[in-house]
Write a protein that binds this ligand. Sequence first.
Ligand code: NBX
Length: 834
Amino acid sequence: RKPRLDFAERKGQAQRMLGLMDVFLKNDPISLQKDILHHVEYTVARSRFSFDDFEAYQALAHSVRDRLIERWHDTLIHFKKEDPKRVYFLSLEFLMGRSLSNIVINLGIRDQFADALSQLGFDFEVLAEQEGDACLGNGGLARLSACQMDSLATLDYPAVGYGLRYQYGLFRQVIVDGFQHEQPDYWLNFGNPWEIERVHITYPVKFYGTVTDEFLNGEKCKVWVPGEMVEAVAYDNPIPGYGTRNTINLRLWAAKPSDQHDMESFNTGDYVDAVVNRQRAESISSILYPDDRSYQGKELRLKQQYFFVSASVQDIFRRFKDTHKKFDEFPEKVALQLNDTHPSLAIAEVMRVLLDEEHLSWHRAWDIICKIFSFTTHTVSPEGLEKIPVDLLGNLLPRHLQIIYDINFNFVEELKKMIGLDYDRLTRMSIVEEGAVKNIRMANLSVICSHTVNGVSRLHSELLRTKLFKDFYDLWPHKFQYKTNGVTQRRWIVVSNPSLCALISKWLGTEAWICDIDLLIGLRDSATNAELHQEWKMVKKVNKIRLAEYIEAMSGLKVSLDAMFDVQTKRIHEYKRQLLNILGIIHRYDCIKNMDKNDRKKVVPRVCIIGGKAAPGYEIAKKIIKLCHVVAEKINNDNDIGDLLKLVFIPDYNVSVAEMVIPGADLSQHLSTAGHEASGTGSMKFLMNGCLLLATADGSTIEMVEEIGQDNMFLFGAKAHEVVALRKKGPTLKVPLQFSRVVRMIRDGHFGFEDYFKSLCDKIEGTSDYFLLGADFMSYLEAQAAADKAFVDEERWTKMSILSAAGSGRFSSDRTIQEYAENTWDIQPCRCPF
Ligand code: NBX
């Protein structure tokens, strides 16, 4: 292609172009309406005299996109001119959810669009509901990436996100007879206005083949002759900041067949077969793996990891080489952030490019590696650490395996000098795990090659230093940091809870808290103000009505607005203990059943809401979902119970469902056995929305207690350091009668399906109660009773609710990102003028 003309070269043309397009798109009502109608007619290709809500949404989205693109171009040009050090955020998952509302709010043009639309006879909120979620991720890790992109843009950091453009996002959960079924999420079916296909930004990605020794200028070097090649095509997703023109790029890669791919078969074989074969290339980016913990050593997963890493690394090198000649400057311009170990092949890939393509010495290349990578882990348990079978890696990426072996050899030699021949420790720290199946330990690779290893909460970091990575911490204490997770208040208050947003701005007298979250603390001054209490309760009520309507539309169940809305929504896992919640509900039901009329009057009515997906192969988690349904069936149909207790399972929990559920919750539960949740970010969203937390002292919750005080939440259960001792007690542990009773009710078929639930019951009784449901049960019930007591005292509850939101400032991803920028990546803001 002809090289692009830049400003300076254009001169003559520039004048003319300025004349043709001398101003940015305007945001007055008439301009917006013209724009929307233009897109109805020419982009959506519907008559401007006849289009429905979905078509109106599409036209609206394209009008917004035009404005987004202007800022995005300006930002990219500004970054190019300034050439700051950039952070490249590598993540295999981004859970963006919907974009429209978030974008117009960040661009500061929501109200203008809403007005323009209403004059056309459309309601902005109704159109926003037309958008489907982008679910390119599993859970916390993926939503965290999305929140962090929002903060990177808002804080003007020169950042680029890299990921995969899966054609199938996380499966849709449908419930049939109480059982989870998975359906494909072919999310691109209706088009995606938020992405820009860059057909000319493509890179070849190679797989398989052999490595040979060759001589180049008298020097021995390695040459990788690949056996397969696919093309990575860039899809750019502009991410706007709030209160700034800066709009950064999230570049997702899609796999396409390469023209060089297997051309042989066209010459020799059957044409149709050869075309079909080419299509297989696309499968690399076709599906998101739905497991959020386990690693199965699947080749496709490894291919995905390398595919996205290779394309991103080529893109990063291309950008660097545009303006720089010497690789010694690389660390001054590039910070590479590994979001968990999933992108850690980037280490071997950068090393390979520096050695084999740029022909740097090992010494120089290694020096660069050690300066550019930082690694964040989101895992607590050793079983959660990713391992790749050596055979698989060696077959798919033979040169990378060699490089990893070389890194390991050098590391082990150095280590021996430092710690002597402590074979146990050497074996534990080696990148290569010996055994029946030899594995590459991706976490060890990441720790060894990164200058910084981050945990996601203080407790998590403590566990990393004393358990998971103890050997490494003893060797390199300076590498270990932590950045307590945070979420973006733009999405989790401004977009999802507009009434609360308006209320906060009114009482703080400013909207500045939207990008300066510390200001929220100002609400504390009015925590007992009767007028604020009134308005605060009103906002909660509006959100409860919205949630109640959703529940009714979805399940036909009418719930009382006077009841406490008690929510536990997150991925279903044994360690997250949804089962503890259900057992608590059964206990509550059983107690009410056995009460006389007078006692029943004192019961605090509850609507218990549970939601979340189970990994398709996770049997126990699926049984928990079924149990929830059978218990709900029994309770909800018991006329004797009425509004005193209801149980609802919300199917297909995702970002947009969360945006509706969280603002409507009174209480939210975070029940992980202490020491198992690395951080937990759901609780932060609830906190910001003034929900009270009922939680164990796990992950970030410990830091929340420090911010909002123990008196303003309901803590329970064993502490992380007690858990180990409790497990050791094992068979001698006394389990409360109440616990045995509710488990017995399930075993005895009180809710039916007793055979099906047997294995579930077996898992929590006796020595097999690994997650200590029995041990924590009484303490859990006490916390629940304390919540009931607080709820009946409306004034006290409202004050606690205000103090929860007021104290949530520390859990903004703005704070997290600023800490990363200053203490890990060493990057500066680079603000686009205008
Ligand atoms: O990351 C989660 C942790 O469990 C949370 O405690 C934490 O708050 C959050 C953000 O730091 N981890 C997580 O979501 N992991 C995954 O989704 C995952 C996905 C694929 C995979 C392994 C883990 N192969």
